[in-house]
Write a protein that binds this ligand. Sequence first.
Ligand code: FAD
Length: 283
Amino acid sequence: MKDIQYFAPADVGEAVKLLAEHGGRVTILAGGTDLVPKINYYELSPDILMYIGGLSLDYIKDEDGTLVIGATTSTAKLATSDLVKEKAAALARAARLSGSVATRTSATIGGNIANASPAADLVTPLLVMDAELRLRGPSGERVVALKDFFTGPGETVLRPDELVVEVAMPVPRGNTVFLKLGRRKALTFAVVNVAVWLELDGEKCRDARIALGSVAPTPVRCLAAEALIRGKRLDKTSIVECAAAAVAETHPIDDQRASAWYRRKASAPLVARALAQAAGVEI
Ligand SMILES: Cc1cc2nc3c(=O)[nH]c(=O)nc-3n(C[C@H](O)[C@H](O)[C@H](O)COP(=O)(O)OP(=O)(O)OC[C@H]3O[C@@H](n4cnc5c(N)ncnc54)[C@H](O)[C@@H]3O)c2cc1C
């Protein structure tokens, strides 16, 4: 086995300096729940590991109506935080349904995003809350909307000398819901996951966002489906039509978890159920 250099910087400035000094040779290690299995199975052989758990990026704050979450905040903390449960219910639910007690304890929000799995559970709720990422590199901070971050499975616009430091999102006025279908009820990756955000005006939908995971090379916002219900009364007919439109915006593949056919079949009722739940409508 080759020697791996290991660094554990104590603050973001030191981490950025190490990234700049060593160019693209540094692999960031957060909770390690995605990275370490890849190393163990010889899919990845890093030269330099940089552990970022000591950067003081473990926090959840409400900054004047913006929910700000540090990149190394654990999934367990998201699942149990009263602030997240109150302001971003779908994110708390997604965190609760992600992995097991053991993985949630070390897994981080930054790792779930940067790993760029199409099935990442925290990403769909963050997409419907219009989250943005604060990235730090040698030339300072840049902000990237989460919807523009992913370029393919495992691929993002993050530069080799940058790290994700924070996730920020406006606290939504309406309701958010997250639902996940896996091959079993717990400790399972999503065959499909869905998050919706609805702002209601009586029985009508004032505004909507819908995101689906594990049904395309990256998690997807379903813009055409959202447009279909904006300004409309939410009832069984409009919800079912909207769910069908959302599925039309996906590009699922066959893999070890499910076939593309099954993913399409399963997505429609999952989206409809999430919309109905967010709207408080029986379907
Ligand atoms: C048994 C098991 C079950 C799981 N179940 C689920 C599940 O149900 N749902 C789900 O979504 N995921 C699941 N996962 C995957 C994993 O737990 C999550 O994706 C987790 O949030 C990854 O975070 P981490 O801190 O462990 O990332 P790491 O493994 O440390 O890193 C993952 C990747 O992101 C990069 N990275 C990490 N942090 C940063 C940062 N701040 N800036 C830039 N790059 C960074 C790393 O370099 C690496 O490439 C599971 C994993 C296991 C082992």
